[in-house]
Structures are given as structure tokens and as C-alpha cells.
Design a protein around this ligand. Structure first.
Ligand code: P5A
Length: 451
């Protein structure tokens, strides 16, 4: 992408209402624009990041056996009357009437709708297990939307729903999603620690939140330090091996790990002092096992091997990709701007032309741009005629992993400057050495984080 042809409306200063660093940086880097309280447009750079996060989540859901659907944002109130949640949900639900004065709502979540889909088609235990997910906008009329897309009113969610014949197989489905979340956040280049959680209005008896550690997180986290050292299963994981998957779940849940909401001082005191980790975190995922809470009132049954009808056992599994984008920034930034993880950034490389109009420099930049693009790199080429200082500041602000700086002086020696955003390391390399270095980096990133 040529910057001159892109739409990257950066701001010199963040608007005063932006309280936390991810909100400030997302506004300054031209990623989002507020349209009203808690409702945002995603501008090209923000959208690119959102799509990349979404894609990693999708790949890991598919790998774990979930199947993608797409449900509407607008739902009929009648479904929610069946489960009894229409009245319970209160003011957080945005209620709408259509022209026939039928009660509708903008979905805050989809347990009812997916249960309705299930009961319309599935009759037999032979069609189970089943896990359906979608990635769709949600609306919750939060009293105090704040922190930008971190706590929006309209936000993006991946929500998956599992259906099983009985409690043990339903738990196995929960464990599969738990493990797929470990892999998802690992591929996103962050550590998200699973913690025992309250089930809240979603209901159920087994629930975990996944938190990315960051000083600005809303939740206080109490966790045994060993949890941070546990290995995350690699891409060859066998999701059909229930015992192995349960083993991973047990490893990750055997140590104390809770947020302030569920914190238990007595249990915490049993953790050796040197092992206690007290930090702050951002909830980016939340999974629930709730059995027959929705299937029973809504009549979602399957015939079992015994020939009898059984209420189907369910769980639901959420990740907020829009919140994840903000959380990655909370976890990775410095005073100059964003530092995206190597594994996921809107572009891999920022290519900076220091002397636009100089034929040799222009040619070298275009050549390198084409070479990189052909080799599968996503490149943002700063071909604008701005000052060098402004270009460097922009490159640091938007935080791409690599900056390639090309100017007349270096070119005379056949060299360009290569800067790694995260470490700040710079070196002068030939074009060939640059290609080799980036290719090796790309290979390593694909091996560690690829699908
Ligand atoms: C699980 C999937 C649910 O809604 N029903 C379907 C269950 N869970 S949840 O914890 O309420 O939300 C799941 C994830 O969605 C993100 N999220 C938000 N992101 C931005 N702004 C919000 N206001 C917001 N509310 C929830 C979080 O990532 C959360 O973990």
C-alpha cells in the first residue's frame, strides 16, 4: 500500500476524553473514529488489524471443530421471552420496535437464537457434538461506555455455542474451547491467563475468563506465577483426544488464578509468597458451561441412544476482537506509539522514502516494495513528500514491526537502514541482506505463530 493513496488520518494530539493509552493511540494513529458514545467507525488501519485478529480467532475455532455461521444483529424479542431473559436483561438491551410495532432488539449475545437454530434442525444424538460460532457486532447499552473500543456499546464478538447429549461430553466441548483460546491468544503474541470466573447473567456452573496482563487493566488479578510458564499446545494438537485435552485444561487450572471478583484470601494465603503474582488484566475472553439452562425452556431436545428425548447440554464461548485490538496496544506501546507483536500487525513493514523525487531513491523504494510484496510481505510505503522527522514519528506511532529507511546517502553505499520497532535496534544492510533478514523473520514468525 502506498501511503499517498491510503487513508490514514493521524492526529497530532489525542482528544482529551481519551483516558487510556490504547484509546489515545488508536485515535492518534487514525484507526478509529467515535460516532457517538461507545460507537466507533473502524478506519482502514484499525479495520486491517481487526480483520487480522478475527482471522486468527476463526482459524483456531475451525481447528477445534467449531463451524462458522452468521446470525443477524437484530433479533425478535419473542425468542428472549421464551428463555425468560427479555425482562431480566434490563437496560443494557437496546430495544427497538419495527413498523408493525413488533418488539425487536439489537443482540447483546446469541444464546437464544442459536438454540432456536439448533431445535429447528437437530433431532438425534448422532448429529452431536456440534459447535456453531459466528463473528458479529453486538450491542450493550453500557451505563458508562469508556476506554474507546475496550468497553464500547457496539462491539465485535466471536461467540461459539456447543451442543452435546450429556454433561460429560459437554464438559469435553468446554475443554476444547478452553484449549483453543490458549492457542488463539498465543498466536496473537500475548499471554492471556485463564481465571475462574463468575457466570453472571449468562448462567451456569463452570466459567473462565481469559485476561491479558496490562497495568491499565480493569480487573485485579491474583495468580500463581507458575501459570505463566505453562506450555501452549502447538498446531498439531489432536482435538479428538478428550483425555489429552482435559489434561491440558487441568494443568492450566490447577494453580490459583482469580480476578478480584472471585478472589479468596484464604486460598491465596496457601500460595507461597514468592509464587504470588498480583497484577492487573483486561478480560478478552469468557467461556461458560451452563447445561440445559436455555435448551430446557426453549425445547431443544435430541433423541438419545436410549430412544428417549434429552434436553441438550450447552456452553457458550466469547472473545471480543475489537477489545483484543485495544488490549494488544495496552500490552505493547512506548512513549512514541504502538508496538504490535511480531505475530500480528496491520502491515509487516513500513518503507520510508527519505527523498521523494530523487530518481535513484524512488526506484530503489519501488523495487524493494515490489520484491517484498511478491514475497508475501504486507508493506506500507511512505511515498509522501513530508519531512524525515514526521515520517519517522508516523512509523513509530503506527508501530509496524520493521522500518526500512531509504535515503540518498545510504544508497550511495548500496545500503538502507533497517529498524526493528520493538527493540529499537538499527543496522545498515544491503537490499539483499534486508530481504534475507526479513525472510528469516517471516519464516520464524510463521513457525511460531502461523496457522
Ligand atoms: C459468551 C459468548 C458472553 O456474552 N455469550 C456468548 C457469552 N460473554 S461476555 O463475557 O459477556 O462477552 C464475551 C467477550 O466479549 C467482549 N466484550 C466486549 N468488548 C468490548 N466492549 C464491550 N462492552 C464488551 N463486552 C464484552 C469481551 O472480550 C468478552 O470477554
Amino acid at each position: 500500500m502506498y501511503l499517498s493513496k491510503y487513508f490514514l488520518p493521524v492526529l497530532k494530539e489525542a482528544p482529551r476524553e481519551a483516558e487510556i493509552v490504547s484509546h489515545q493511540l488508536m485515535l492518534r494513529a487514525g484507526m478509529i473514529k467515535q460516532q457517538s458514545a461507545g460507537i466507533y467507525s473502524w478506519l482502514p488501519l484499525g479495520l486491517k488489524m481487526l480483520r487480522k485478529v478475527e482471522q486468527v480467532i476463526r482459524e483456531e475455532q475451525n481447528r477445534a471443530g467449531a463451524v462458522e455461521v452468521l446470525m443477524p444483529t437484530i433479533q425478535s424479542a419473542d425468542l428472549w421471552r421464551e428463555s425468560g431473559r427479555y425482562d431480566d436483561y434490563g437496560k443494557e438491551m437496546l430495544r427497538i420496535q419495527d413498523r408493525h410495532e413488533r418488539d425487536m432488539l439489537f443482540g447483546p449475545t446469541n444464546e437464544e437464537m442459536i438454540t432456536d437454530i439448533f431445535r429447528s434442525y437437530v433431532r438425534s444424538y448422532k448429529d452431536l457434538p456440534l459447535n456453531l460460532y459466528h463473528i458479529q457486532w453486538k450491542f450493550r447499552d453500557e451505563v458508562r461506555p469508556r476506554f474507546g473500543v475496550m468497553r464500547g456499546r457496539e462491539f465485535f464478538m466471536k461467540d461459539a455455542y456447543s451442543f452435546d447429549l450429556d454433561e460429560p461430553s459437554s464438559r469435553a466441548a468446554y475443554y476444547r474451547m478452553f484449549v483453543s483460546y490458549l492457542r488463539t491468544f498465543d498466536r496473537l503474541g500475548v499471554t492471556a491467563v485463564p481465571m475462574r470466573a463468575d457466570t453472571g447473567p449468562i448462567g451456569g456452573d463452570l466459567s473462565h475468563e481469559f485476561l491479558i496482563l496490562a497495568d491499565t487493566g480493569e480487573s485485579e488479578v491474583f495468580c500463581h506465577g507458575d501459570t505463566m510458564k505453562l506450555p501452549v499446545p502447538d498446531r498439531n494438537i489432536d482435538y479428538s483426544d478428550d483425555a489429552a485435552i482435559e489434561g491440558i485444561f487441568k494443568d492450566w487450572t490447577s494453580n490459583y488464578a482469580r480476578t478480584d471478583e472471585m478472589h479468596d484470601e484464604n486460598l491465596w494465603n496457601e500460595v507461597a509468597e514468592g509464587d504470588r503474582m498480583n497484577a492487573r488484566g483486561i478480560e478478552v475472553g469468557h467461556i461458560f458451561h451452563f447445561g440445559t439452562k436455555y435448551s430446557e425452556p426453549m425445547g431443544a431436545k435430541v433423541t438419545g441412544p436410549d430412544g428417549k428425548d434429552h434436553d441438550v447440554y450447552m456452553g457458550s464461548y466469547g472473545i471480543g476482537p475489537s477489545r483484543v485490538v485495544a488490549a494488544l496496544i495496552e500490552a505493547g506501546h512506548d512513549e512514541n506509539g504502538i508496538i504490535w507483536p511480531d505475530s500480528i500487525a496491520p502491515f509487516d513493514v513500513g518503507l520510508i522514502n527519505l527523498r521523494v523525487g530523487d530518481e535513484a531513491v524512488d526506484t530503489a523504494c519501488v523495487d524493494l516494495y515490489n520484491q517484498l510484496t511478491n514475497a508475501g510481505f504486507d508493506v506500507l510505503y511512505d511515498d509522501t513528500d513530508g519531512r524525515a522527522g514526521g515520517k519517522f514519528a508516523l512509523a513509530d506511532l503506527i508501530g509496524l514491526p520493521w522500518q526500512l529507511i531509504i535515503g540518498p546517502r545510504g544508497l550511495k553505499n548500496g545500503e538502507i537502514e533497517v529498524k526493528h520497532r520493538a527493540t529499537g535496534e538499527r543496522e545498515n544492510l544491503t537490499m539483499e541482506a534486508t530481504m534475507n533478514k526479513l525472510t528469516a523473520w517471516q519464516k520464524d514468525v510463521n513457525e511460531r505463530f502461523g496457522g
